[in-house]
Design a protein around this ligand. Sequence first.
Ligand SMILES: C[S@@+](CC[C@H](N)C(=O)[O-])C[C@H]1O[C@@H](n2cnc3c(N)ncnc32)[C@H](O)[C@@H]1O
Length: 265
Amino acid sequence: MVYDGTEQNSNYESFAGYYDLFYSPTKDIDFWLDVAQEMGSPILELGCGTGRLILPLAEAGYTVYGLDVSTKMLDTARKKQEKQPDISENVTLTLGDMRDFSLPCKFNLIIAAVSAWWELHTPEDRLKAAQSALNHLKEDGSLIIDKALYTKKDLQGYRFKILRHIGTIALESDQSLSCFEADTFDEKATTHNRKKIFFLDRVSASGQIERQVFQFVFSYIPPDQMLEELEQIGFREITMYGGYDRRPFDMSSESNERQIFVCKK
Ligand SMILES: C[S@@+](CC[C@H](N)C(=O)[O-])C[C@H]1O[C@@H](n2cnc3c(N)ncnc32)[C@H](O)[C@@H]1O
């Protein structure tokens, strides 16, 4: 099949069954465990997906809440939660939109990890989400947003030419499943500027290939704009880190690896 770019935009409902097979990075988990130790619980994760982060946090003894707009992503998280009855009562999963939610408690820590904030496409959406988070924080509680960071050079390379093989797994049915990923970035657009396309190839023992294509559109926001938007909300103090090692974020250099915002109420 030749990809002609015409597929409809996908959503997490259709991709939920594949998310954990190919996307379960662990490099941020120690960072969040350290933060949780300092700030305590309850902790709320916005866009918690399949529970990649909240389950290890619950295992470490914290009371965690997860909010997500996708029923299927939450179903996957619930199935994993059910397999761990010892932590089950530490975890509350809620279907809802991070731009407008109402939960019956206030939190010491609210987190938006990896790409969750990219799902908010307009400044108004991000403002609403940050305001809803602020309303759900205890005094002195913090909203922490972690996002990928791209240099200008990185972004110039995102022109669909990047095709990565994410992995291949054997399925019980004598089939294999391979995932490939391509990215594009539209430098001229200020919103809906990053597109990720996943190609999932199911290969049977006889060599027949069935391909499914999933397409996600994100909005990449540079750190200076992120900071400007968060400053409008009225957090008492905003600290920026340039990596999971908590190096200070340096706006004037390319030494940062992430853009992490710690917004204190
Ligand atoms: C890439 S997944 C990340 C999941 C998880 N945070 C992780 O680190 O593995 C992004 C999640 O954000 C959720 N999401 C997107 N827009 C949302 C919104 N407006 N409110 C709540 N969740 C949202 C999606 O359903 C999806 O589960």
